[in-house]
Write a new protein. Structure first.
Length: 340
């Protein structure tokens, strides 16, 4: 089954072709970071307009790279949510219209499901079940994953997501947008022991997170110390945030009995998180799986893969009929998805 994946939930336009027999054939991504950097964050209207400009050229690119044609397609997958409503509508509209013209099915994919399943695209995919840490700019969740669509929420952030805390802390330190990568780079040259920052909810006894207090502690520290020790503050923040993520994740594995873990989302590219989590997990006999670095951020490959799994499950029953009706879901709970 050949599936075209379309991702347009926020500030990156992603298109990919996935073949269920041959794997990922081609993927292309355009990031809007340079455009939004001028405003210090994502401007939804500008994001939507840029998706309109990029989608068709990127689609032509992946077909050219793969040597496949539109006639070879068996289905199209698009990000239906969560995300920015206008940005989602661009990808959904394009996918539905193209599917209708080709008389093939189109399926809406949950953005977080795409992230969570992205390590399965690799040559050494994890087997079910596993605990998944979804950690990005908009979400921080721990899930027990028993199969595609079989997700049990173990815990989530009560306020800021981890990636959001990274970005906001970076702003406090005078770094650019997006702040997470810049903060991590600065932290590499800092002394993490110079300042002691709180580890919110570290000993709460559950799997929920809170990062707003840590961010506030950084604000207080910056007001007191200024930016002369910005690298040390960045290092202290990163160590504190990562410690909470690692401890909660391993506790979730222990309680569930899982010996496999998946980390997905933009913060999953953080090298300090990868090093700490892998090291601590190894001591406990837990294997951690990560997506390829280029698939930590939003991308079309993860949407194509997740869509292929759902389209394959439908192909055994009545064929899905293409139509022009669609709806996007800016807010969409992952635990509400149907099992495949």
């Amino acid at each position: 089954m050949l599936v075209l994946g379309v991702e347009s939930s926020c500030d990156e336009t992603g298109v990919a072709l996935y073949d269920s027999a041959q794997g990922l054939l081609a993927d292309a991504l355009y990031s809007q970071i340079a455009m939004h950097n001028e405003y210090g964050g994502v401007v939804p209207e500008l994001a939507s307009r840029d998706h309109i400009r990029r989608l068709l050229p990127l689609t032509r690119q992946v077909f050219a790279e793969s040597g496949r044609t539109l006639a070879d397609l068996d289905g199209i997958a698009f990000t239906q949510g969560p995300g920015l409503a206008g940005a989602l509508l661009v990808g959904a509209g394009m996918a539905r219209a193209l599917a209708y013209s080709l008389n093939i099915p189109a399926v809406g994919v949950h953005h977080l499901e795409g992230h969570m399943l992205s390590p399965l695209i690799s040559d050494t995919p994890p087997e079910f079940p596993f605990v998944a840490l979804l950690v990005s700019g908009g979400h921080t969740q721990l899930m027990l994953v028993s199969g595609v669509g079989r997700y049990d929420l173990l815990g989530e952030t009560l306020d800021d997501a981890a990636g959001e805390a990274f970005d906001k802390t970076a702003q406090l330190l005078g770094l650019g947008y997006p702040g997470g990568p810049a903060l991590s780079k600065l932290a590499a040259s800092g002394d993490a022991t110079r300042f002691n920052l709180p580890r919110p909810m570290l000993n709460s006894g559950d799997f929920d997170f809170s990062f707003s207090g840590l961010k506030t502690a950084v604000l207080t520290l910056v007001r007191k110390e200024g930016l002369d020790h910005a690298a040390d503050i960045a290092a202290a923040f990163q160590v504190a945030a990562v410690e909470v993520l690692v401890c909660k994740s391993l506790a979730a594995c222990k309680q569930s009995g899982a010996t496999r873990m998946v980390v997905a989302g933009g913060v999953g590219a953080n090298t300090h998180l990868r090093a700490q989590l892998t090291g601590e997990a190894d001591k406990r006999g837990i294997t951690v799986f990560y997506p390829r670095m280029e698939f930590c951020t939003d991308n079309g490959a993860m949407i194509a893969y997740a869509g292929a799994q759902r389209l394959a499950s439908k192909s055994s029953g009545a064929p899905a009929q293409p139509d022009l009706s669609f709806a996007v879901k800016p807010r969409w709970a992952l635990a509400t998805l149907e099992a495949v």
